[in-house]
Write a protein that binds this ligand. Structure first.
Ligand code: C2O
Ligand code: CU
Length: 464
């Protein structure tokens, strides 16, 4: 009889095949529901009990939604959870009504109720979906999954693997999810950092490969607050897309790739390790030690010999911002957090001191406001170019995410690099982004360290 560990390993291998093939496309079209529900899954190593999570279809990550570029995504989200929920399609330029932000674009879906999401996926790439009601709790409990939009002509690879990186804060005795979601220490520091790191829900994911195999790795950081510094070992690779959006030219990945919460990276990698060795996607640990995030045990050699540098992915429609002439200047100053200089901020129209704010679960402010305000950061006209300076006066990094539109970074007064939806702004750093306000509606701009968003780091823009 197989032990629990090997049994789980086999199950995972079967699932891994199922989610990476094009075949599943048909099946996922047929089942148009996505049930958010409680489930019991084995997250922690053998010997530990199973963990009760909240997951789409009872899994974390939830099922991979795969469509062709330009196709519709239709899902009836059924809420079988004990509290209201909603689903946000992170990075997809959806119609505002489908953006899934409870309290802004829709009412949260009550337990026992459902909501029909229906939108077109205009851009190919690696995206994800996650809960957007009480997200600092619901995403931490497991409510997220990959959303893959395939190019009409995908790059030639032997395998296409989606790797959802996550961490879980579990009680070390019971392996149950630690429910101190509102813990002031986490909220006012780096956010909720887990003590069990997983890929696709497994702490020891292993993907057997042959030498010279070419893989496309779609990395998604679904954690609440953990920044993953990643490296390749026994693999030669290139970054071909960031946040789903293609790079103009593949960039060799020789150094560290930093993946902030909510960010994605598409890599094309060739297995260079020889049979009997194990290649790794490596995570740089706290003490700077490399740890295996995903193992790729190598057996045999594929018929292929080493291949040429991959071609760039086909560009997505929409050019983003190209010129800053006439761009409307906006500014966002981030303050607060532990060891910060925020003495006071506005909450409910009142100026409160740091302690009074903390007593109400507010630790951060955007432009002196410790909450999302009734009026937007900016009222933008459709088609208006915008440049937004982001001033991080805190001593923590923040992963800033814009809904509904993609931006480019502005460096030396010029928009550069690929379009993105999430930018990591380091402590005490100022960065600038530019975008064209081409999607009508109310769009959030917030920190994706989700407990930061909840405790003050959230604002929005209106495009009409
Ligand atoms: Cu990925 Cu406002 O969210
Ligand atoms: Cu933050």
């Amino acid at each position: 009889m197989p032990t629990r560990r090997t049994f789980l390993g086999q199950t995972a291998a079967v699932l891994g095949l199922a989610v990476s093939g094009r075949q599943v496309s048909a099946a996922s079209h047929a089942s148009a529901t996505l049930v958010a529900r409680e489930a019991s899954v084995q997250l922690a190593p053998g010997g530990y009990p199973a963990t009760s999570i909240w997951g789409y279809e009872g899994r974390a990550p939830g099922p991979t939604i795969r469509v062709l570029q330009g196709e519709r995504v239709r899902r009836r989200v059924v809420n079988d959870l004990p509290e209201p929920t909603s689903v946000h399609w992170h990075g997809i330029r959806v119609d505002n009504a489908m953006d899934g932000v409870s309290g802004l674009t829709q009412e949260a879906v009550a337990p026992g109720q459902s909501f029909d999401y229906d939108f077109v996926a205009p851009d190919a790439g690696t995206y994800w979906y996650h809960a957007h009601n009480r997200s600092w709790v619901q995403v931490a409990r497991g409510l997220h999954g990959p959303l893959i939009v395939e190019e009409a002509e995908p790059p030639e690879v032997d395998r296409d693997e989606t790797l959802v990186l996550d961490d879980w804060l579990l009680d070390p005795e019971t392996a149950l999810i630690d429910t101190s979601f509102d813990q002031p220490m986490a909220m006012s520091h780096g956010g909720r950092i887990g003590n069990l790191i997983t890929t696709n829900g497994q702490f020891d994911l292993s993907i057997p490969v042959a030498r010279h195999t070419r893989l496309r790795l779609r990395l998604i950081n679904a954690s609440n607050a953990r920044i993953f510094p990643l490296q390749l070992a026994g693999l030669r690779g290139w970054t071909v897309a960031l946040d789903g959006m293609p790079l103009a030219a593949p960039e060799p990945l020789e150094d560290v790739l930093v993946l902030a919460p909510a960010q994605r990276a598409d890599l094309i990698v060739d297995v260079t390790a020889i049979a009997g060795e194990t290649a790794h996607l490596v995570r740089i640990g706290n003490d700077d030690r490399p740890v295996s995030q995903v193992a790729f045990p190598v057996s045999g050699s594929s018929a292929q010999t080493p291949r040429a540098v991959p071609a760039a992915l086909p560009p997505n429609p929409g050019d983003g911002i190209r010129s800053l002439a006439d761009a409307r200047p906006l500014r966002l100053v981030m303050t607060g957090g532990a060891m910060g200089r925020m003495d006071s901020a506005l909450l409910g129209g009142e100026r409160l001191g740091f302690r009074a704010l903390a007593a109400r679960g507010r630790f951060w402010a955007f432009n002196d406001m410790a909450e999302m305000t009734q009026t937007p950061l900016a009222d933008l006209s459709i088609g208006e170019p915008v440049r937004l300076e982001i001033v991080n006066e805190t001593v923590f990094p923040h992963a800033m995410h814009l809904h509904g539109m993609h931006f480019r970074e502005i460096r030396d007064g010029r928009p550069v690099g690929p379009m993105r939806d999430t930018l990591l702004v380091a402590a005490q750093e100022t960065r600038e982004i530019g975008f064209v306000a081409d999607n009508p509606g109310d769009w959030l701009f917030h920190c994706h360290m989700l407990s930061h968003a909840e405790s003050g780091m959230m604002t929005w823009v209106r495009v009409t």
